[in-house]
Design a protein around this ligand. Structure first.
Ligand SMILES: Nc1ncnc2c1ncn2[C@@H]1O[C@H](COP(=O)(O)OP(=O)(O)OP(=O)(O)O)[C@@H](O)[C@H]1O
Length: 625
């Protein structure tokens, strides 16, 4: 009941089923097939023709033999006609096998191409859309429809081909039976119509419950992914979260099984009725034909012609029901896939002209504000400040002040909900997407290592298009080369333990140095560093600051840090509180003004000095040894 209620609200939320009708999805399928795989499309149609003709020829053979005997055909005529028919039968059989094997071989690439489009969409859509619950729910549901065991998408060519075969077969065999008797055709068709309604009810139930099952499967998949996640693995063990996660998994698995059982029961009931109706249908058809012979209204040769045709017609009806049902599911999957692919990729960037800027750029926040979707309170409000080209700005503030959100806006990952941000006098939204990303080099707080080599991670490129000397220089600048030099494969060492053989792991601080090297490598006009030294020890941090100063020459940079000592390397400091700029000036000016920055600096410097001195003593002692 609860599931049904949830379903009906989901149905309202998802307009895909209504916009992408059966006819439009069918046209989409055939257009894709004809454009991308014209040979397969032609073969599918040929299979329908051959598949329909074969039962006709099979039924014709005994009729011809009996007719020849009844009418006393001459031996050469009898032999000639029989040979031609047998030859045609063998040729049609071989043709059918050959075309089926060819189509089977070509199905995979056609059906897999949808996965590629889906992947591209997920990799390129605007970041704010990527973060949205709806986008992720839809993506999961579509992946499920593409990959689950009985995914209809994996068999879309086959389903359509079988459906066509059933339709054409029904029309042709049905017309032949109709010529003999309306009653005969009615007996074959009536049970099919009844079964259609029975299965229709089961299908509706399936459609409704499937979405609830998807929700449960998604949660199960999340728990499964955590089992193989190294970083989550630490917390799971230390805080004994395994029982809790197993509990969630069991609960969701039970719900999922309940939904599957419920819709399978619907199909079971429909199948039992269907079997009963088939039995009645077969019995009545055979009785009808036998009575015709007994009454002398039908020759035995006609009986052996109509008998297999009744069977073929029944099979076509059965195929029509089965394939109609699968086509119904496929139609839903197509509707969801098309709605997802057609969804706007975002409107953060409206520009079309590609451009490449060299040197530093100016940044202007003009009455900029931002409120997260679903939040009532703005996270950033009425920000008005300018960063001159080539300036080094430090942004500091307490937790939750809005620094990372501001960085995400500046990186074009979110769109301001009020005002705008201008780069060199032009609003971010007026840039072309790739050109804008080309302006930015960034280091964020929590970045995932990609399972590539160190050099590939730094250059974001392949072996062929990277500048290896520059990679090494950037690693040196970031203070990581000493470590990498000791690896047998040096910068060609793979990262990503668990995926790559002989891969190495890096500590949190080393990873941050690697991301610094990547930011250096890109040489973009705007350098944005969000807590880049959070995982570095104080002396390593000091080294990075010095290198950062050198590296940021000729570029505009924004440096976000909790460590106020880092701000002294910058031209100007912006102190943020509750989404607004509270204080602004150089380190000395802010200290002299005795405001929030000065108080924070006072508290921090006492502890920080102790930490630094402790480390220096340790290093001196080690050096003396
Ligand atoms: N995806 C989100 N959806 C809704 N609110 C969010 C989201 N991300 C952050 N917030 C809220 O926005 C506020 C500012 O967060 P932000 O991460 O920008 O702060 P910050 O200054 O970078 O903090 P920290 O120094 O701890 O990294 C926080 O109160 C947080 O709760």
């Amino acid at each position: 009941m609860e599931a049904n209620q949830r379903m009906s609200s989901e149905d309202k939320r998802n307009p895909a089923d209504k916009k992408y009708s059966f006819v439009s999805n069918a046209l989409f399928h055939w257009k894709e097939l004809f454009v991308r795989e014209p040979a397969v499309a032609a073969c599918t149609i040929a299979l329908t023709a051959v598949g329909t003709a074969l039962p006709l020829m099979n039924a014709r053979l005994p009729k011809m033999v009996l007719k020849g005997l009844e009418e006393h055909w001459d031996f050469p005529v009898f032999f000639g006609r029989l040979s031609v028919l047998i030859l045609l039968l063998a040729a049609a059989g071989m043709l059918k096998e050959g075309i089926t094997a060819y189509v089977d071989g070509m199905r995979g690439p056609f059906e897999d191409a949808y996965n590629l489009r889906l992947l591209k969409k997920r990799l390129t859509v605007d970041y704010d859309i990527l973060e949205s619950r709806k986008f992720n729910d839809d993506a999961y549901a579509i992946y499920d429809s593409l990959y689950r065991n009985q995914a209809e998408m994996k068999h879309c060519i086959l389903i359509w081909q079988q459906f066509l075969l059933a339709v054409v077969g029904l029309v042709i065999y049905g017309s032949i039976l109709l010529e003999e008797s309306v009653f005969l055709l009615g007996m074959v068709l009536l049970p099919t119509v009844l079964t259609f309604f029975l299965r229709g009810g089961a299908q509706q139930k399936d459609r409704k419950l499937r979405r609830s099952a998807e929700e449960a499967n998604r949660k199960m998949q999340y728990v499964e992914s955590k089992a193989g996640d190294f970083s989550a693995g630490k917390d799971i063990r230390i805080f004994d979260l395994s029982g809790w996660l197993m509990g969630i998994y069991r609960k969701e698995r039970n719900s999922s099984e309940k939904y599957v059982k419920e819709w399978e029961n619907g199909y079971l009931a429909a199948n039992i009725c269907d079997a009963l109706l088939c039995f009645i249908r077969d019995m009545s058809a055979y009785f009808f034909l036998i009575i015709q012979i007994v009454q002398g209204k039908m020759a035995v040769s006609d009986f052996v012609w109509y008998m297999p045709l009744v069977g073929s017609c029944q099979q076509a009806c059965q195929g029509l029901l089965e394939m109609g049902e699968r086509l119904g599911k496929l139609n839903l999957d197509y509707a969801r896939l098309r709605a997802f692919l057609d969804e706007n990729d975002g409107d953060t960037f409206r520009g079309r002209k590609k451009e490449k800027k060299q040197g530093a750029v100016s940044v202007e926040f003009c009455h900029t504000g931002f409120t997260y979707p679903g939040s009532e309170k703005p996270t950033l409000q009425n920000l008005n400040f300018t960063i001159r080209a080539g300036e080094k700005i430090a942004m500091v503030g307490l937790n939750g002040a809005g620094k990372t959100t501001l960085v995400k806006l500046l990186c074009g990952l979110y769109k301001p909900t009020e005002g705008e941000i201008r780069i060199d006098g032009k609003a971010i939204g007026d840039y072309e997407k790739e050109s804008y990303y080309g302006l930015i080099s960034s280091v964020f707080q929590n970045v995932q290592l990609l399972p590539l080599t160190i050099a590939e991670n730094v250059s974001s490129g392949t072996k062929e298009n990277m500048d290896r000397e520059k990679v090494i220089n950037c690693l040196k600048l970031a203070g990581l080369w000493e470590k990498i030099e000791d690896f047998p494969d040096k910068e060609n060492t793979s990262l990503g333990k668990g995926i790559q053989k002989n891969a190495v792991g890096l500590s949190g601080g080393e990873q941050q140095k690697l991301w610094m090297a990547r930011a250096f490598y890109k040489e973009a006009p705007l350098l944005i560093l969000d807590e880049p030294t959070a995982a570095l020890d104080p002396l390593a941090e000091q080294e990075v600051y010095e290198k950062y100063v050198r590296m940021s020459e000729g570029r505009t940079s924004l440096f976000i840090s909790h460590r106020l000592s880092s701000t002294r390397f910058c031209d100007r400091i912006l102190f943020m509180e509750n989404g607004s700029i509270l204080e602004e000036g150089s380190h000395e000016q802010l200290l002299a003004s005795g405001g929030a920055y000065a108080r924070l600096f006072g508290i921090q410097s006492r502890y920080y000095q102790k930490e630094c001195m402790g480390q220096e003593v340790q290093r001196d002692a080690l050096a003396a040894e």
